[in-house]
Design a protein around this ligand. Sequence first.
Ligand SMILES: [Zn+2]
Length: 162
Amino acid sequence: MAAPERERMLVSRIEEGTVIDHIPDWRADTVSRVLRLDKLARMQADVSVVILQNVTSEHLGRKDIIKIDSWHVDERDADILCLVFPEITVNYIDEGKVSKYSPKVPDTIEGRVRCPELNCISNTEREPVVSRFVTLKEERLLQCQYCDTLLGFEKVPDHVRT
Ligand SMILES: [Zn+2]
């Protein structure tokens, strides 16, 4: 591919949507899993997802970027991402105007993460209650409010509800 064309592909702007930047190199797949982008693309016909990997970055050396056209990622999902990737940045684009969102570690997480304890009341088939975790920020752990099971921040992507 010619250099100008390559450049245009990397920098092409979107008018409406979300750009997730400063993802550690080759970790875009994890971000995609946490945000359930495959599901999104199936359910929303007009949404396009562009994943850029191994892009040159001033700060990180190399990084990944995800652009989601015509979709605004939920801030709560961005906050869950920052448990694993504290350096990510989220840009929302409305009619070409960019507004930055700095994800922050939430105090509690409801419904989005599954408790790793199979016998937890939040995992029961019949009358499931919504999962609820409290974040222990210094220890980098989530604690289930029902059964006290602990889950390390870095393991959260494996337990996101799909
Ligand atoms: Zn539990």
